[in-house]
Design a protein around this ligand. Structure first.
Ligand code: SF4
Length: 451
């Protein structure tokens, strides 16, 4: 008789790195008799793979935990008493550790981003009840051996795949928890990255997005023993048979380097769209944030990228209402947004993160001022985004199709600039890079017809 497959529900919050980690957790658990379910209602194990970057994301975790606990309690009253294991992973797990099991005693396991390769082992330990009771596990270590040595190869991939090349951060921006939750910068060897890329392409990936908290600070060992930069790595990736598109995210302006500018000039597969967060356009605020560059330094980098690749476009992250931000600082940010001409961006009101230097500053900006500034900034970026989308009308764009649209009979793909394009078609188009004539440009998307 074959053993019953256990069902595991994994919910990833936040950044693409977390999405990658969530996929790797699934890959790790499948050989151990687990199959993925997309609802926690019938899950044997529920894992919340959390994000700590903003207060709102953290609150969401605790409200989701409350929902899981309701299911867990209901199960106790049922005949088969199929108890659910509840686990909290990711950056909230790392930052809060045992505090989570104090606040939510029904949580069975807490682990950080550097220990999830031990998931099958930790789950097996929890399942071995001692005197009818489950033990709790809290593992927030930064192990000496990299988790990447233990992660299994994927057995399926979307057409647009993520590949982590670098993790962690040594920059210590004064608002950010990442250096504390992900640890210091670590780069994987170029050999393991190229092998993983080849494997993803063999499974059907056409586009690979290289991921890292400071991805352009990548400095891994090359096959010849020398240190490779991200630019060097991109040149090598572009030589792999079958790769059509390369992207990388998230970058720090200070880590841009000559080989990377050259890659933007020379490598046609490297997409002409770069997410290069600046956070603020005010030198005073950039200094207070410990970003270690000025607005003028940033603009010089943008100029070099535009010289390397004439049609490159940019997106950024913005923090509005950082402690001490004045109206003049805010206006400087709006000015920079116009100068760069961002065609997309992510913007948020500053929220203090415990343990970061900015959280204890006495110069916190009032919520209503933050809200006003955020609206003004988002209105400007939205206007730039719509203008850019509308400028595409009548043009022919290469679009990589990946998923069904909201309306039956439509499929959705992405342009080089990460714009979503809808088209009449079916799933036979998935994984195809097709020429599409753009007929409409909207706020967040385009629509078109296949040529
Ligand atoms: S560079 Fe700054 S914002 Fe980015 S992960 Fe590091 S500390 Fe956080």
């Amino acid at each position: 008789m074959t053993a019953k497959l256990k069902k595991v529900y994994i919910k990833s919050y936040g950044c693409q790195m977390n999405v990658y980690d969530g996929q790797k957790m699934a890959d790790l658990l499948k050989p151990h008799g687990y199959r993925i379910t997309d609802t926690y209602d019938d899950a044997d194990v529920s894992i919340l793979n959390t994000c700590h970057i903003r207060e709102k994301a953290e609150h969401k975790v605790f409200s989701d935990l409350g929902r899981l606990n309701t299911v867990k309690k209901d199960r106790k009253n049922q005949e088969d008493n199929n108890d659910m294991i509840i686990a909290v992973g990711g950056c909230v797990g790392q930052a809060e550790g045992e505090e989570i099991t104090r606040q939510a005693p029904y949580v069975d396991m807490v682990f950080g981003p550097q220990s999830y390769h031990r998931l099958p082992e930790m789950l097996a330990q929890i399942e071995q009840k001692v005197k009818g009771k489950r033990r709790k596990i809290v593992d927030t270590q930064f192990p000496a051996i990299s988790k990447f040595d233990f992660l299994p190869a994927a057995n399926e991939t979307p057409a647009s795949a993520f590949l982590v090349v670098q993790e962690g951060c040594d920059k210590f921006c004064h608002f950010c928890v990442v250096p504390y939750t992900r640890g210091s910068e670590y780069s994987r060897s170029a050999k393991t990255i190229l092998e993983e890329a080849k494997h993803l392409i063999s499974l059907g990936a056409k586009e690979i997005t290289l991921l890292g908290q400071n991805v352009n600070g990548y400095h891994g060992e090359g096959p010849d023993g020398s240190e490779w930069s991200l630019g060097r790595l991109i040149y090598a990736l572009a030589e792999l048979d079958g790769i059509k598109r390369i992207r990388y995210t998230t970058s720090h302006p200070l880590d841009m380097h000559d080989e990377l500018y050259n890659a933007h000039r020379d490598v046609p597969m490297l997409m002409p769209f770069l997410h290069l967060p600046v956070q603020s356009g005010s030198d005073l605020i950039l200094n207070a944030m410990n970003r270690k560059h000025t607005a003028a330094d940033y603009l010089k980098i943008i100029e070099k990228l535009c010289i390397a690749c004439a049609d490159i476009k940019f997106s950024s992250d913005f923090i509005v209402g950082y402690p001490g931000e004045t109206n003049k600082d805010h206006k400087d940010t709006l000015e920079l947004i116009k100068n760069v001409g961002y065609v997309q961006s992510y913007s948020f009101k500053y929220s203090p993160r415990p343990g970061t230097p900015a959280s204890i500053l006495q110069t916190q900006v009032a919520e209503d001022i933050k809200s006003e500034r955020l609206t003004e900034l988002q209105d400007l970026i939205n206007a730039q985004q719509i203008a850019f989308n509308q400028s595409m009308v009548g043009q022919t764009m290469e679009v990589l199709f990946e998923r069904e649209g909201k309306i039956p009979g439509q499929v959705v793909g992405k342009t080089a600039y990460m714009q979503s394009v809808t088209l009449n078609g079916d799933s036979s188009l998935f994984g195809n890079l097709l020429s599409v004539r753009i007929s409409n440009g909207y706020g967040n998307s385009l629509s078109g017809e296949r040529i």
